[in-house]
Structures are given as structure tokens and as C-alpha cells.
Design a protein around this ligand. Structure first.
Ligand SMILES: [Zn+2]
Length: 396
């Protein structure tokens, strides 16, 4: 394998530096555009803005219907100029966890090396980094045999219900998937836990708490008995966590509760553990008499495992980071992303290539502007160039 030479990587960074003002302006514009997952109208505006930028950079853009509940997803393609042999897919999402008027309260702010604003870390900076990295690569040379695809989806923060098919379709033809979700304390993410979401509901019989409580069958009592059984599924030693996050039940103090339920969050590091917990939850039975128990739910995101090919991919990134004097490390995280879907399909996936900063989903969300928009954008550009010159399977 021949990694891009040091002068090539430095030339990519010079291109990125020359366009830094544009990148910062684009970041401000996209951050100041509120994009809640379920606000189709607001988020459509951001998609239109991004479409314009992609087209200005020579992409063929399609928008993909999200069924009305979310704004259209965007697919931008830069086709190979000759016979395509290699397909690199970049995954991003423009939706954020913030409400539709968040930017009026705290718009984009830039002070020295620090910038803040809703969704700046997770993951609007990652979209701008992707665009600028693609620009730098294509300014260097046409990609003769490599097709680049950038996906920008609009429902990631709510579990990707309408984008999952699209992501999996694109990933099925991709040789490598690069996810510009934010880094974790500047580290790339080479494994992510799988995520499951369940609801366990008890249905008993209501009765007057003073007149004939013995005729009632308390759904609250039933759920209280189930909770220790659910909790016992935890196995911290192997990284499995099972959390009862929400409990809700009963109608009034003086009524034996007819209904009660809990919502359960499951995180696992291996498919075997995903299956073990899934089967155990589905096999829960009512303990009390005349009470029924229902379990709904399942895996939302499969485990993203740290495979041999993930390690190869990480090492390719690390070699480029070294040439940029950019410190790089890798880590495993408990949160899921769309990278979980592509990794589960067996596609080599490297995640966390986006912003350096912190505070995802929190009011103190921030990014380091120089490290994100210059260093990590140059790293991404270098990686794209490297993977187009030497596809992953040939580098082993
Ligand atoms: Zn995200």
C-alpha cells in the first residue's frame, strides 16, 4: 500500500486552510438553521441549503422522500470519471435533538478556537467537514475509479426509522463507510454498543382501595416484581447494560392499579448478548395471578464490532493523522449511530471522524474550530484520497 505522501497531505491541508472562511460561514449558516427531527418544514430548508452547496461542488443530488414525518433525506454523488471500482460512502445527519426555536435563544457563536450552537457538535460540523474534505480531494485530482457518496439524513436522532433502508442500500455497494459523527474526546469510534428498546406492560384488575382491595390485581405490584428480574440481566463484566429508564402506572391513590409499564434500554457489545437479553425479556411471565404481562420491542441498532478490517481502517487514518501532527486514538462507546447499521452489514465502518469538542445533546455543546474544521477535515480528505488510491481490500 502506498499512503498519500507527506507533501500530498500537506497540500490537502493548505487547500482546507485557504477555504477556512467559507467553511466557518457554512457552519454558521447550517447551525443557525433549526432542524428538529420531526419539523419537516424547518429541516427541509436546511436540506435545500445543503443541496445547493453539494451541486456547487459538482455533485449529482437526489432527495429521498421520508414519508412526510421528516424532511427528505439527501444523497449527493460524485461519480468516478472512469470505470468505477470503488465506492466510498460518508454518513451524516442534519437533524438535532433541539426544538424549532433553539437558535433564537442561542445562535452560532464563534470566539477564538471555540464555537457553540445547537447541534454544532452532533453533528453539523461533520457535514461541513465532509463537504470541505470532498472539495479538497477533488481539487487535487479527479477520482478516476472511485465514486463518492454523501448521505445527509433527517431522522437519526429518533432512531432512523425512514432513512435506515436508504443507508443500508447505499452501504451494500460501499467498500468503506466513513461516519462524521463527532469524536469522543477527540478519539475515533471503532466500536459501538448495540441498542435495544423495550416496553414491559402489566395489565391487572382495578378495585377500590378501601372497599375491596382484595378483588383487585395490582399491575404496579407485578411490575415491581419484574424489575429485579430485568435488572438481573445486566452483565457489566461483558459490557451489557439493561436499564429500566421509565416507570409509569396507576390512576389514583385509592385505586388498585390496573395498568403499569416500564421502558427498558438495552446496550450490548456482542450479537450473542443482544440475543440473550432479547430472549430473556420476551420470556418474562407474570408472577401474580390474574395478571397479564406484555413485552414489546427489540433491537434498534445492532452492535458495531471492532473487527480486523475496522482496525486496518483506523490504522490508515492514524498514519495520515501522524503526517498532520494531529493526535489520534480510538475508543469504544455505548451510544449508537447509523454506523451500527452499516457495520452489521459487514461493511468496513469508521465512526467519529467529525468534530473535536464535546457536550453532545447538552446546552454546553461546543467544538474546537481549528482542530475540527482544519485538522480533522484534512484527515478526512487524506483518508478519502488514500482509500481511492488503495482500496481497503488491497491493503491487507
Ligand atoms: Zn449524531
Amino acid at each position: 500500500m502506498t499512503p498519500p505522501s507527506i507533501p500530498t497531505i500537506h497540500a490537502l491541508r493548505r487547500h482546507v486552510e485557504r477555504n477556512h472562511e467559507r467553511a466557518t460561514q457554512r457552519l454558521k449558516q447550517i447551525v443557525d438553521h433549526d432542524t428538529p427531527s420531526f419539523d419537516t418544514e424547518a429541516t427541509s430548508g436546511a436540506i435545500t441549503l445543503l443541496q445547493g452547496w453539494c451541486e456547487a461542488q459538482g455533485a449529482t443530488v437526489d432527495t429521498i422522500d421520508a414519508g412526510g414525518a421528516h424532511a427528505d433525506h439527501l444523497r449527493a454523488r460524485w461519480p468516478a470519471t472512469q470505470e468505477p471500482r470503488n465506492h466510498l460512502l460518508i454518513l451524516t445527519h442534519v437533524d438535532t435533538v433541539w426544538p424549532g426555536d433553539e437558535t433564537t435563544r442561542r445562535p452560532f457563536q464563534h470566539d477564538g478556537d471555540r464555537a457553540t450552537g445547537p447541534g454544532i457538535f452532533d453533528m453539523k460540523t461533520g457535514i461541513i467537514q465532509s463537504l470541505e474534505a470532498i472539495d479538497a480531494v477533488l481539487a487535487m485530482q479527479p477520482l478516476e475509479h472511485t465514486t463518492l457518496t454523501l448521505l445527509v439524513t433527517t431522522d437519526e436522532e429518533v432512531g432512523s426509522p425512514t432513512s435506515r433502508d436508504l443507508i443500508e442500500r447505499e452501504a451494500s455497494t460501499a467498500d468503506v463507510v466513513l461516519v462524521t459523527e463527532p469524536s469522543s474526546d477527540a478519539a475515533l469510534k471503532t466500536s459501538r454498543k448495540g441498542v435495544g428498546m423495550y416496553r414491559v406492560s402489566a395489565h391487572g384488575r382495578s378495585a377500590h382501595a378501601g372497599l375491596e382491595p382484595q378483588a383487585g390485581r395490582s399491575a404496579i405490584l407485578e411490575i415491581a416484581r419484574q424489575i429485579p428480574l430485568i435488572d438481573a440481566l445486566n452483565d457489566y463484566a461483558v459490557g451489557t447494560t439493561v436499564t429500566v429508564g421509565v416507570i409509569s402506572g396507576g390512576s389514583a391513590r385509592n385505586v388498585v392499579a390496573e395498568r403499569c409499564h416500564v421502558d427498558v434500554d438495552v446496550r450490548t457489545v456482542t450479537p450473542e448478548e443482544t440475543r440473550r437479553v432479547h430472549e430473556a425479556l420476551l420470556n418474562l411471565h407474570a408472577v401474580g395471578e390474574d395478571v397479564t404481562l406484555d413485552v414489546e420491542g427489540g433491537t434498534n441498532r445492532p452492535v458495531m464490532e471492532r473487527t480486523e478490517v475496522t482496525v486496518q481502517l483506523y490504522q490508515r487514518a492514524e498514519a495520515i493523522a501522524n503526517h498532520l501532527d494531529e493526535p489520534l486514538s480510538e475508543t469504544a462507546v455505548g451510544g449508537g449511530s447509523d454506523g451500527n447499521f452499516t457495520a452489521a452489514l459487514g461493511r468496513p465502518t469508521l465512526d467519529g471522524l467529525g468534530a473535536v469538542g464535546g457536550g453532545a445533546h447538552a446546552l454546553h455543546e461546543w467544538i474546537d474550530v481549528r482542530r475540527s474544521l482544519i485538522q480533522r477535515t484534512s484527515l478526512l480528505a487524506g483518508l478519502l484520497l488514500d482509500l481511492s488510491a488503495t482500496p481497503l481490500q488491497e491493503s491487507a
